[in-house]
Design a protein around this ligand. Sequence first.
Ligand code: XMP
Length: 529
Amino acid sequence: MPNNRPAQFVAVLDFGAQYGQLIARRVRDLHVYSEIFPCDVSAAELAAAGPSAIILSGGPASVYAEDAPDMDAAIFNMGLPIFGFCYGQQIMAVKLGGAVGHTDKGEYGPAHITRAGASRIFGETPAEQTVWMSHRDAVSEVPAGFAVTSTTETCPVASMEDASRNLYATQFHPEVRHTEYGRDLLSHFLFDICGLEPTWTMDNIVEDKVAQIREQVGDKKVILALSGGVDSSVVAALVHRAIGDQLTCVFVNHGMLRKGEPEMVEEVFREQFHVPLIHVHAEDRYAQLLAGVTEPEEKRRRIGTQFWKEFFAVAQDLDGIEYLAQGTIYPDIIESGARKTGGKASTIKSHHNLIPFPEGVHFDLIEPLDHFFKDEVRELGIALGLPDKLVWRQPFPGPGLAIRIIGEVTPEKLAILKEADAVVREELDAYNACLFEETGERNSEHSCWQYFAVLPDIRSVGVMGDERTYRRPVIVRAVESSDAMTADWAKLPYEVIGKISSRIVDEVDGVNRVVYDVTPKPPATIEWE
Ligand code: XMP
């Protein structure tokens, strides 16, 4: 996207890891494209990118600290509207001749502001408002030309603006949902002050992306590794929409996918979308490769290495492939830290380095999702006509069920785990669907983010009729989370756990016990290996 940005976009200068992400998402929620830049981007670099407006994010540092994140003061002379939040307000004040000091006590959490006079940012919103604060330092002296537009009991400059230069700032966080009128403030900035149009909608995005892909690819051929996951599926649907049969998808079936998954990929892509699809049946080769392997990292390594071998074996057999499409998404780029070391070009290079091209083989990359957040990728999938069951799939690790079978992966264990996992998914898909119906939200407070069965490498004693059994226990793992960085075990109703348990012991041969994992992350991880 960076070289193909929409004509109007907002640059968010990020003063602290991850602060910019939420802001960019809020701007995009209002249908204006937004992209995150490192805070030390120069005015010249920014001018070359050509944003329509700038937002300065919050950040955890103190502006006067020795290695506090800094910015190029020339950005204030670019003539663009600028909106600063929290640290963004403080650095605006300091750069333009105001001052920041320590307040007697910090403000964390909800606070009440009282407006002071007219303000273009506040518009017609009420005189008293609840906002979200998170700061110790605060502006003590506004720069010349600025007016204070709101205060709290402890913060004399809760917001300030110089409307003549189109500079606005708040000590609080308008991007946080707890700020009652945050969305209105942002919307006043984007539409009333900057005069932007809310044209960044999924339908327009699909159209733009399709045009870009067509232009980039021309009449060349593209290959894509389709895993059945959300990202690669959306790329497949998008690239196919753009160039039709010039795209070939390769689906490497390593045999450790969940029950019904290979069939779903076939049904959606081959039968519904008519995408040229090569289904590589590598199940036996993987089974041999994993025989006797018990170390989780060794399993991952072997599965990953074999994947590319299988993929390139097919790719090299096809004539005239010039491009490899990948489902890289924006958080992959942001989190790789690549943007800090020179932006886009170095990012692509680092991805390239990850792909083990065989000697003498090289494809250029197409990464059409590299500036989309996960929920936007899902929206795009829906706009492209992918079915809900695929778009709303829970995350599933690349090495598949191999890391949910503790110890050696054997055909017997795989068969048990596939069946038990299918029961867990069926019951918890239904549970999530009920919550969705009640709340209208996909990932509402109690819904499960990831849910699956794990097969430990032990046996347990049971009794069936008059006989003692010596069979396998199955562990059920279900977690609530929003990003997999932290997670809590799902507080499922007893009836739901009970039903999963009785169905597994009744329906899955070789299992005589079911246990539920009640550990959050941290200290545990979501997966067992
Ligand atoms: P953990 O277990 O570290 O998992 O809490 C966090 C998220 O990452 C997924 N995961 C993996 N995904 N390859 C993947 O593609 C892997 O080896 C892998 N290990 C964990 C996990 O399912 C969860 O969503």
